[in-house]
Design a protein around this ligand. Structure first.
Ligand code: PEP
Length: 268
């Protein structure tokens, strides 16, 4: 399937890492080495406490700011939660929903993921919907069944035009997150292709062709090019390696180069 028309997106999820001082150092180092190019979208997801600071540093660059989580209500008695309006005020353009760490450790369910995604899209933010199977589910041959259930639940009620314009899907096999064991490019492409086919059935082919599907799970400088060479892999959601500016820059660079090479091969 052609991928020349999808702008790859590389995201850096810092998770619960980064004091003010560390955040400033990482962001400054990243900006020093970053060469803006229209061929790629780069988004950082620092913790809530440094969104303002990192946002100020990114303001003059083409790197955008995103939130690791978002609440579905606009305000009120929801201790510990952050609303879309609060995130927009800080300059966030994107929110991650349904990250496996939230599903595993914080009681996130398909139902709450759906509410968070709906609020994200309604607020005009782009949403990265994370889906992925555990090792046990993969070994039981349930990978697709799990992902389809997650997609179906999270995307219930979403209009095709909204999905086309604002949705990004991240395939993140749980067994590959933070383990150093990435999915092979063949394993990733197999699932990405199925996700795109499912999106086509749900939202139509034009939307499915436009929606970016990122791969996440132990992406690093050494494996980025091979993963990005797959036609349905449209970028990366990077955790650990995004805290190292040099490695993260090299993932960005590999993505640009691999996708450019892929485009010229496909169009010739
Ligand atoms: C993530 O946090 O989404 C992730 C993929 O983490 P890591 O790159 O560290 O595996």
């Amino acid at each position: 399937m052609s991928h020349g028309h999808r702008r790859p997106i590389v995201a850096g999820n810092w998770k619960m890492n980064g004091t003010q001082e560390q955040a400033v150092t990482i962001t400054r180092d990243l900006l020093k080495g970053f060469h803006a190019t229209p061929q790629i979208e780069v988004v950082l997801f620092p913790p809530f406490t440094v969104l303002q600071k990192v946002g100020e540093l990114l303001r003059a660059s083409s790197i955008s700011l995103g939130a690791q989580n978002i609440h579905w209500e606009s305000k009120g008695a929801f201790t510990g939660e952050i609303s879309a309006a609060m995130l927009k005020e800080l300059g966030c353009k994107v929110a991650i929903v349904g990250h496996s760490e939230r599903r595993q450790f914080f009681g996130e369910t398909d139902a709450t993921v759906r509410k968070r995604l709906k609020a994200t899209l309604e607020a005009g933010l782009n949403g990265i919907l994370c889906v992925g199977e555990t090792l046990q589910q993969r070994q039981q041959g349930k990978t697709w069944e799990i992902i389809e259930t997650q997609l179906q639940a999270a995307l219930e009620g979403i209009e095709p035009l909204t999905a086309k314009a604002q949705l990004i899907v991240a395939y993140e096999p749980v067994w590959a997150i933070g383990t150093g064991q990435n999915a092979t490019s063949v394993q990733a492409q197999e699932v990405h292709e199925k996700i795109r086919r499912w999106l086509a059935g749900r939202f139509g082919q034009a939307a499915a062709d436009a929606i970016r599907i990122q791969y996440g799970g132990s992406v690093k400088a050494e494996n980025a090019a091979e993963l990005m060479a797959q036609p349905d892999v449209d970028g990366a959601l990077v955790g650990g390696a995004s805290l190292e500016p040099k490695g993260f820059l090299s993932i960005i660079e590999s993505t640009v180069q691999t996708k450019e090479a892929g485009c010229s091969t496909h169009s010739s």
